[in-house]
Design a protein around this ligand. Structure first.
Ligand code: NDP
Length: 453
């Protein structure tokens, strides 16, 4: 008997008005799960879905800090501890002016199922602040991070909640937060991941999300009898995920022709080779400049400044074989998806979290575009964070090669499991349903085992 999830989705909207991104993330998972509900009546009896949409805990707090002009600034901090059925809450911290409760909850919800797919003992959480690190001095960033951690520290711990980086939070920010955490608790533990390799970090954590994304995408192509060799790729963003996505794509013989930031994008028809990528890494990670400066260095490329109003993103309107969105949520709208399809795109794999709108995903499925959803495709970052926790627990660091092998193994498993669950419960090759259903069943069974908590 078909069991509709509509009443639960309606209640989510009613109880959480104005949380558009959270509604979108819940709808995507529950529409997949709806297809199997009749096979799992105990999920209905134990009200697993109703419990999953209520975070176990949400912390919201004031973050006061003083800028370089001696002016007091106030930001808002968050930590959403969504689900601990599989392990300590785990998920990144995002510093970006767009951060709000809806975005935190959507990310924490997604993270719960992503972490389930890794096969590691990790619950789901996410946090951050509406603080914008862009244009701030190192000392301003440090003062902000110390103030943020002065409240967050009491809610986290190596067996409770282990944050990592995300948009706007890289090695510099993790360092400042780790220092303050250590000072407040008087303990050197692995409570944050993404640490420097001199002080407890894992090799390959910075590379992990981008490398993992390309390992996953390569497996999709391999299953379809193809490879990245000679493929033209559109990549968006130019931060952590985008940079290491390009690096691995170059290693596999693909040609990447675009990168972007929130000001605009570059199109380099000759391809962003390793030397140009080094320029981008220095520009973004050291100089903290804008992607438009790429054109000053390489004048033959196109730079498109974002128009104030546009119903589509021209980055997605270039002819290419593959698209790997690595910037932010909902960056591929319906029109962008139509443009990609019209230009003959073969593969879309999501590096950012929820970068494709629901209609776009439906269109890709309808048109037979190979589509790898974020919670499976970008799980490499949290997977290596899990490996960092294992190394911290034993206090023995692994070699780069060992971490890389484990990452490849985890991404291959996620791919194969998604495929298997899609075949068993949905349409063959529907990686969205496959990943959602595989991840959901494990979390749901664990919640039932642990009683009504
Ligand atoms: P970074 O802060 O390193 O880079 C983000 C990039 O995306 C920047 O180029 C940024 O440009 C651009 N960007 C951000 N917001 C917008 C926007 N509204 N419009 C256009 N461009 C934008 O973040 P990450 O690379 O770490 O994260 C990128 C995505 O990947 C996010 O969705 C994140 O949640 C996801 N992710 C990250 C993981 C990780 O390990 N870091 C793990 C799994 C997922 P600008 O500099 O102008 O802001």
């Amino acid at each position: 008997m078909f069991v509709s999830v509509d009443p639960i989705l309606n209640e989510v909207v009613q109880k959480n008005p104005n949380e558009r991104e959270f509604h979108q993330a819940v709808t995507e998972v529950f529409r997949s799960v709806e297809k199997v509900m009749d096979s799992f009546p105990h999920f209905i009896y134990h009200k697993v879905l109703e419990r999953m949409v209520e975070p176990e805990r949400v912390v919201m707090f004031r973050v006061p800090w003083v800028d370089d002009n001696d002016q007091l600034q106030i930001n808002r901090g968050y930590r959403v501890e969504m689900n601990s059925a599989l392990g300590p809450y785990k998920g990144g911290l995002r510093f970006h002016p767009s951060v709000n409760l809806s975005i935190m909850k959507f990310l924490a919800f997604e993270q719960t199922y992503k972490n389930s797919l890794t096969g590691l003992s990790l619950g789901g959480g996410k946090g951050g602040s509406d603080f914008d690190p862009k244009g701030k001095s190192d000392l301003e960033v440090m003062r902000f991070c110390q103030s943020f951690m002065s409240e967050l520290f009491r809610h986290i711990g190596e067996n409770t909640d282990v944050p990592a980086g995300d948009t706007g939070v890289g090695g510099r920010e993790i360092g400042f937060m780790f220092g303050q955490y250590k000072r407040l608790t008087n303990e050197f533990t692995g409570t944050l991941t993404g640490k420097g390799t001199n002080w407890g970090g894992s090799y390959l954590r910075p590379e992990a999300t981008g490398y993992g994304l390309v390992y996953y995408a390569a497996r999709i192509l391999e299953h379809a009898g193809d490879s990245f060799e000679g493929k033209t790729c559109l990549v968006s963003g130019s931060g952590n995920v985008a940079q290491f996505t390009v690096e691995k794509l170059n290693q596999l013989g693909a040609k990447v022709v675009t990168l972007s930031d929130s000001s605009g994008y570059i199109f380099d028809g000759d391809g962003i080779d390793d030397e140009k990528l080094e320029f981008v890494k220095n520009l973004k990670n050291v100089k903290r400049g804008r992607i438009g400066e790429y054109k000053e260095k390489y004048p033959n490329v196109e730079y498109h400044h974002n128009p104030d109003v546009s119903d589509f993103n021209p980055l997605w309107n270039h002819k290419a074989d593959c698209a790997l969105p690595c910037a932010t949520q909902n960056e591929i709208n319906e029109k962008d998806a139509e443009n990609l399809v019209a230009n003959g795109i073969k593969l879309v794999v999501e590096g950012a979290n929820m970068p494709t709108c629901q209609k776009g995903v439906e269109l890709f499925h309808e048109k037979g575009v190979l589509f790898g959803p974020a919670k499976a495709a970008n799980a490499g970052g949290v997977a290596v964070s899990g490996l960092e926790m294992a190394q911290n627990g034993s206090r023995i660091p692994w070699t780069r090669e060992k971490v890389d092998q484990e990452l490849l193994k985890i991404m291959t498993n996620i791919h194969d499991m998604s495929l298997e669950y899609a075949e068993r419960y949905s349409d063959a090759g529907n990686y969205v349903d496959g990943a959602n259903i595989a991840a959901f069943i494990k979390v749901a069974d664990s919640m039932i085992d642990q009683g009504y908590v």
